[in-house]
Write a new protein. Structure first.
Length: 511
């Protein structure tokens, strides 16, 4: 009953959060249009300060989140059922498909091709091996696994999702980022400027992290269409791609979690599995399996040294800390979305799926795409690394796919896959930002349409001034991760407490 009261009380738009977050984003874009070099200088300076002052803290936060989440999963609290439902309201396949598509997203396709290649050409400093040699293969893949694996998946919704689900679905509090700090500040955080600032900071972080991929997708797909079909790689092509993307993900977000978002995700996971199977059979099959097993072995044996590596801060800030800032920035709103789709699941199911199973699937995906690129590069040096050095991530992906049998078709399908991956992030984040504005898990349609269009328009404006505008926003998410990381910290001790409380309420006492 309390949940229903809270739901009804909060259907109105939270105008302070709307104005703070929307106003800030409009100011960012206006500054980019007026003086991009000034904005880039400010963002780069703030980026440097954030990585220098908070990089080590973020590494500890990521590691502790993963370790504590596993501890909660194996404890008696792991049997507690979340979301005030006795059984899941979304089937397991659809649930996993939505999680994989939303969190891995389009970045996971381009980075899967480019990051293993980058670490193969220039071995990470922790590993004393000769770059671009057979000895560099497993460290290159293991380093990619570190950035897209156990720690990054855990921060996106293991401990924090428990807090959201318990306080919203069981206790009737509004579904907003501010309730992560409710156990610390109590009622004070639910009303007034503190709560509005917390919500706005989380919205700005996630919109920055979503607009960036939308803009980059316009640039990358335009490059791909130019390479494959000879279509002009111009702003009009990029704009057309972004407008098409806005249409897809806004319709999906409006139709809701159980329809559009779920249908897109299920289709894309099916397409990804077809492409994985094809590359496994048509590509360097033995190399892929050997590399996967060996690289997971390297990751496990070097896990703590890789997670805590600080010896070369320039390298760490450019790679590990950049990724940690990106994923931390997404943390609260991703956890809200996971809370929305995970009702009826046990804590153990949530954490094991999110923190262990999804990363292992990601590792295999990176090995199939990036491992194939490394195998091709070993056999013919320069075949992947030269296009990558010349034109970046989309070139690395196309260089790999075009070397395969039916290369043209596979390249086109990868562009489709990437587009829908970005669309599934766009629709879920449109939906979740709208949730923040109302505090309910079923926000008004008009609000979803507004945020869907807003994110696409921001991306279109930023790429109109060149990739520098999108790059500034991508770097900016690392700056926004500073306040967000402080919002996430109390979940390290509050989530285990609330999990224990929920288990006690459900009569699941220690055996």
């Amino acid at each position: 009953m309390s949940h229903q009261v809270a739901e009804n009380a909060n259907t109105a738009i939270d105008w302070p959060v709307f104005i703070l977050s929307g106003g800030f984003l409009l100011m960012f874009v206006a500054t980019a249009l007026f003086d991009l070099s000034f904005l880039s200088a400010v963002v780069n300076s703030a980026f440097g300060g954030a990585t220098k002052l908070f990089g080590a803290y973020w590494q500890v936060l990521m590691l502790l989140t993963f370790i504590i989440a596993l501890g909660v999963a194996v404890s008696d609290s792991g049997r507690a059922r979340l979301g005030n439902l006795s059984a899941p309201d979304i089937s397991t396949y659809k649930w996993v498909a939505i999680i994989m598509c939303t969190l891995l997203a389009g970045g996971g396709v381009f980075w899967a091709a480019a990051e293993p290649m980058a670490h193969f050409i220039n071995s990470p400093p922790l590993f004393v091996v000769e770059s671009a040699s057979p000895a560099a293969v497993y460290p290159a893949l293991a380093q990619s696994y570190m950035h897209w694996g156990f720690l990054s998946w855990s921060i996106l919704g293991s401990l924090t999702a428990i807090i959201f689900m318990y306080l919203h679905y069981d206790k009737g509090l509004p579904l907003k980022p501010r309730i992560l700090l409710y156990p610390v500040f109590g009622e004070v955080v639910l009303h007034g400027w503190l709560g509005a600032l917390i919500d706005a900071a989380c919205v700005v972080a996630v919109v920055s992290g979503t607009v960036g991929p939308i803009g980059f997708l316009g640039l990358q797909v335009s490059f791909g269409l130019s390479e494959l079909f000879g279509i002009s790689d111009s702003y009009s092509t990029q704009l057309t791609i972004i407008l098409g993307l806005i249409l897809i993900y806004t319709i999906s977000a409006v139709s809701g979690v159980t329809r559009g978002i779920q249908i897109l995700s299920s289709f894309n996971i099916g397409l990804a599995m077809v492409l994985m199977s094809f590359i496994l059979l048509a590509g360097p099959t033995a190399f892929i399996f050997d590399s996967f097993i060996q690289s997971v072995g390297v990751l496990i044996t070097e896990f703590i040294p890789m997670a805590s590596y600080r010896a070369d801060t320039g390298w760490v800030n450019g790679w590990t800390v950049f990724f940690w800032g990106w994923f931390i920035g997404y943390g609260p709103l991703m956890a809200m979305f996971i809370a929305r789709i995970s009702r009826g699941r046990t804590i153990r199911q949530l954490i094991v799926t999110l923190s262990l199973i999804a990363p292992l699937v990601t590792y295999f995906w990176f090995t199939i795409v990036g491992g194939s690129g490394i195998a091709l590069e070993l056999a013919s040096p320069g075949v992947i690394s030269e296009p990558y050095a010349a034109s970046g991530m989309p070139a690395a992906l196309l260089a790999i796919t075009q070397q395969l049998p039916w290369g043209f078709l596979i390249s086109v399908l990868f562009l489709v896959l990437t587009t829908i991956f970005v669309a599934t992030t766009g629709d879920s984040m449109t939906y979740t930002v709208s949730m923040v504005m109302t505090g309910t898990d079923n926000p008004p349609t008009a609000l979803r349409v507004f945020w869907g269009i807003m994110m696409g328009v921001l991306a279109a404006i930023l790429i109109s001034i060149g990739s520098g505008g999108v790059s500034a926003l991508q770097s900016f998410i690392v700056v926004t991760a500073v306040p967000v990381s402080l919002i996430l910290m109390p979940s390290l001790w509050n989530a285990p407490k609330l999990a224990k409380k929920l288990a006690a309420e459900q009569g699941l006492k220690s055996s």
